[in-house]
Design a protein around this ligand. Structure first.
Ligand code: ATP
Length: 303
């Protein structure tokens, strides 16, 4: 069995659905309210667990009701939460207004995620025993760097999703094996709008890059080899939230199992294409048996 460690955020998304978002000073009556467990770290952890790996989550929740709910959601997906600390104060929250045109406004309050600025005792040993460490940028950079360097010391593969995008210190990139930006993040990191050019430029700093391209699939680039794209299965998308996290969590499992990159990307895009056909983020992430069945069906239809 593979083991994936995730160092990152847990958030409760508080989503208000309205016909039209309020202007400054205005009050509107919305249609519906939902609390949806999320955070890029937690989402990637759930995706990897559903894809069939042992997964441990390193991070923090607050000492509030959201914290207990976030922990329970992870545990129900089979994620080990022994390294998920409970800190004083609130859990991380994202306050989201979604209007009828699908536009959204989001305020993120880091809460407990903001306290994850170092590795706690035992975290490095956990990372050392994993096949891969998944990192994102929703916790302080100091912890992302500490995690990446710990993984590097123990020869553990590091996979970084550079979201929310920000300039990345060279010492962090020096400890990253695989960078997985979406096309907007790739452009923001390099100033290059063509994903192929951006991926090639990023190879100056990391040995492997996957740029996700939404419905157009993903682009893989590595030093010394010709870049290639892997198409995404054609599906009808109803909610793309969490597609990127499903993709990364599933990709990490496939790579940990030793699958070649092209096969791993195909499996990950199958999983991500399934998640966009269902509403929600972690609730939409497919299980291994479903991914395998869909992958077999996709192969039958393309051969
Ligand atoms: P999000 O922020 O919505 O979670 P993202 O911007 O991080 O996503 P995307 O590039 O949009 O990442 O999507 C990640 C992967 O999900 C893509 O590489 C693709 O494999 C799959 N995917 C996304 N949207 C679609 C779609 N409409 N149809 C099929 N596959 C999709």
């Amino acid at each position: 069995m593979t083991h994936i460690a995730v160092l990152g955020s847990t958030n409760m998304d508080l989503v208000a659905y309205v016909a039209k978002a309020p202007q400054r000073g205005e009050t509107v009556t919305g249609r519906e309210f939902r609390t949806i467990p999320g955070g890029k770290g937690a989402n990637q952890a759930v995706a990897a667990a559903h894809a069939g790996s042992d997964v441990s989550m390193i991070g923090a929740v607050g000492a509030d009701a959201f914290g207990s709910q976030l922990r329970t959601t992870l545990e129900h997906s089979g994620v080990d939460t022994d390294h998920l600390r409970t800190t004083e104060g609130p859990s991380g929250t994202a306050h989201i207004v979604v209007d009828d045109e699908g536009g959204n406004e989001i305020v993120v309050i880091p809460g407990a995620n903001g306290t994850v600025d170092h590795l706690a005792p035992g975290d490095e040993a956990l990372i050392a025993g994993a096949d891969a460490l998944l990192l994102q940028l929703e916790i302080p950079l100091a912890a992302v760097l500490a995690g990446a360097e710990a993984a590097r010391r123990h020869g553990v593969r590091t996979i970084l999703t550079p979201s929310p995008v920000q300039s990345l210190p060279p010492e962090l990139l020096a400890s990253i094996d695989l960078l997985v930006p979406n096309e907007h993040e790739a452009a923001a990191l390099t100033g290059l709008t063509d994903p192929r050019d951006a991926a090639t430029a990023l190879l100056d700093q990391v040995p492997e890059v996957v740029v996700t391209l939404g419905a157009a699939g993903s682009l893989y680039a590595s030093r010394g080899a010709e870049p290639f794209t892997v198409p995404a299965p054609r599906v009808t998308a109803v909610d793309s939230t969490g597609a990127g996290d499903t993709f990364v969590g599933t990709l990490a499992v496939a790579l940990a199992e030793g699958r070649p990159m092209r096969a791993a990307l195909t499996w990950a895009s199958t999983a991500a294409s399934m998640s966009v056909q269902r509403p929600g983020a972690s609730s939409s992430m497919p299980y291994r048996s479903e991914i395998d069945a869909q992958a077999a069906s996709n192969t039958r239809h393309t051969s």
